[in-house]
Design a protein around this ligand. Structure first.
Ligand code: PLP
Length: 315
């Protein structure tokens, strides 16, 4: 899209909390001479519509804002940001990888020109995604080659994975109707209130209610997220994550949690709990049993805890 519109302008607006799938192409465009504004979220994880508006310029050609953040699960104000872009004739892309299949999506009410989704985020097979393109929008192909998909994306299609994406979409629509995501959301609420009452020094990251059904992200004061996930796995077989799965193995503080204004320590403490349709109340309760003990034992190991112990002993 940027290449297609580069005669019109070379300014792009996005946010600080996008997935690398958006941030890295933006960095690449910057190296080509485009200018990119990275709008900051507020403490609740939401990017204010006014801040997006303030970043727009007469030469802004493209705005890209994610529907829900993959670390915190916070929903963004896509409808309003889309309306703003539509008014000014700016192309609006939304990365909806976290919401498609989990919430009802209507590209018309969202006011998007482009929307991306990925099959494996809603029980499809890995390796297929889709780009929705509004009828009047034209863009340049990223891959040159054969004339497949009306020359928009060259190369022979991965038919099995694409068919699986279609089947997963149908199943997701059925699951939404059957209230399966409501079940996931109820589990999430059980988890959030259980952690808030059962674990001292636990802070929920992101907006309290405006979040995708299956994600809760907490920082535990004085402990590293990496320690929490290793202990939960070793002692209970729970698979949780610190930041994004795509940044696994990194011990750096989460850029997303830094962007919402958490201090370094709490940004390193971020722990993401993801729930799916197959999870049960019993599993959530087992996690709630184990978690306070895990956090407690990690706190006793932390340098701060050791220093506090030493002071007490000296006294
Ligand atoms: C997973 C994810 C992506 C990347 O999709 P892949 O198909 O896994 O590369 C992009 N954006 C968000 C918000 C995601 O959660």
């Amino acid at each position: 899209m940027a290449h297609r519109l580069s005669q019109k302008g070379r300014h792009i607006v996005t946010t600080q909390i996008e997935h690398d799938a958006v941030l890295h192409p933006c960095h690449a465009l910057e190296r080509e001479g485009f200018e990119v504004a990275y709008v900051a979220p507020q403490r609740d994880g939401r990017v204010p519509v006014e801040a997006v508006e303030a970043a727009l310029r007469p030469d802004t050609i493209l705005v890209s804002v994610m529907h829900a953040n993959n670390e915190m699960g916070t929903l963004q104000l896509i409808e309003s940001i889309g309306a703003l872009c539509r008014e000014r004739g700016i192309i609006f892309h939304c990365d909806a990888c976290q919401t498609v299949g989990h919430l009802p999506i209507d590209v018309k009410t969202l006011n998007v020109d482009l929307l991306t989704l990925s099959a494996h985020k809603f029980y499809g097979a890995k390796g297929a995604g889709a780009l929705y393109i509004r009828r009047s929008v034209r863009l340049d192909a990223l891959i040159d080659g054969g004339t497949q998909q009306k020359s928009r994306r060259a190369g022979t299609e991965n038919v099995p994975a694409i068919a699986a994406l279609g089947a997963a979409s149908v199943a997701a629509m059925r699951a939404l109707k059957n209230g399966q995501e409501t079940h996931v959301q109820a589990l999430r609420e059980r988890l959030i209130s259980g952690i808030e009452t059962g674990v001292e020094g636990a802070y929920l990251n992101g907006h309290r209610s405006e979040r995708v059904p299956g994600i809760a992200n907490f920082s535990f004061d004085g402990v590293e997220g990496e320690g929490v996930i290793l202990e939960l796995d070793a002692r209970g077989g729970f698979c949780c994550s610190t930041g994004s799965a795509c940044a696994a193995g990194s011990l750096d503080p989460s850029p997303v949690l830094l962007a919402i204004g958490l201090p370094n320590g709490l940004a390193r403490a971020g722990t993401r709990f993801s729930l799916g349709r197959g999870n049960t109340e019993a599993e959530v309760d087992a996690l709630l049993q184990l978690l306070p003990r895990v956090v407690q034992s990690l706190r006793q190991l932390s340098p701060e805890a050791r220093a506090a112990n030493a002071t007490m002993n000296a006294e």
